[in-house]
Design a protein around this ligand. Structure first.
Ligand code: GLN
Length: 240
């Protein structure tokens, strides 16, 4: 959004700037990382572009620096873990996601959870939830459903298409976790402060509401931390 007064612009062009108020310049697009180790990161990057954010593919821990938010995509959580357990990537990711807006979809949701079952495996352990892997069966049991959402008046404009691919099931969530959509009584989209997690793949539908919602979360976090150092990966965050 550019807030430029044309009269001030003319005065500035003439070098008469002494008594002019400071102008707000165009707000930079939020820079949102997409973990690009494996899985459908390209589809997330396109979805972010569609909703006015700048996607940044993240393949190394140092690329997390200065990002406004992060998406951990679907894929295979065990493969992610193998890769992340090298070079301290898992620790950097944990530090980032502990403070900055982070959205995990499917395998990304599994990585964020505090407890993983079927079988148990390590995780970032920051989303207060118990997640059962492959709870709906094998690849052949993948499905496309529709669900109501509780994202707020601007977003709850009709049923949301939800694509499940070897999806996990969120069995249980802690008190600080809001359930934003359900399937058969189980949460499929949840929020815990600056964290968002889905057991489905919003990037594979044309409906961009979930990405728009996440980019709004990123905007809220940015607005609440005006003095945050852009180089810091430990951005403070005000929980909403
Ligand atoms: N079944 C996968 C896992 O356990 C997740 C599937 C997905 O991300 N689509 O990691």
């Amino acid at each position: 959004m550019v807030k430029t007064n044309p009269a001030w612009r003319a005065l500035r062009a003439e070098g008469k700037t002494a008594n002019l108020p400071e102008e707000k310049t165009e707000t930079a697009k939020p820079r949102i990382g997409v973990l690009a180790i494996q899985g459908d990161y390209d589809a997330h990057a396109s979805a972010l572009q569609d909703v006015g954010a700048e996607p940044v593919l993240v393949r190394k821990p140092e690329q997390l620096k200065g990002l406004d938010g992060l998406i951990i995509p679907g894929g295979e959580s065990t493969t992610f873990l193998k890769f992340l357990e090298r070079d301290g990537f898992l620790e950097s990711l944990r530090a980032f996601a502990a403070g900055a807006p982070t959205f995990g979809t499917c395998a990304g949701c599994i990585l964020l959870a505090t407890k993983v079952l079927h079988p148990p495996q390590p995780s970032l352990g920051i989303l207060d939830a118990t997640v059962e892997r492959n709870a709906y069966g094998r690849q052949i049991d993948s499905s496309i459903e529709e669900t109501a959402t509780k994202l707020g008046p601007d977003f709850d404009t009709g049923p949301l298409e939800t694509v499940y691919i070897r999806a996990p099931r969120i069995q249980q969530v802690g008190k600080g976790v809001s359930v934003l959509a359900e399937r058969d009584g189980f949460p499929v989209l949840v929020r815990q402060g600056h964290l968002l997690a889905a057991t489905f793949h919003p990037e594979l539908s044309t409906d961009r509401r979930v990405h728009r919602y996440f980019v709004n979360m990123v905007g809220e976090a940015r607005d609440s931390t005006p003095h945050s150092a852009p180089e810091s990966i430990h951005k403070p965050h005000r929980k909403s």
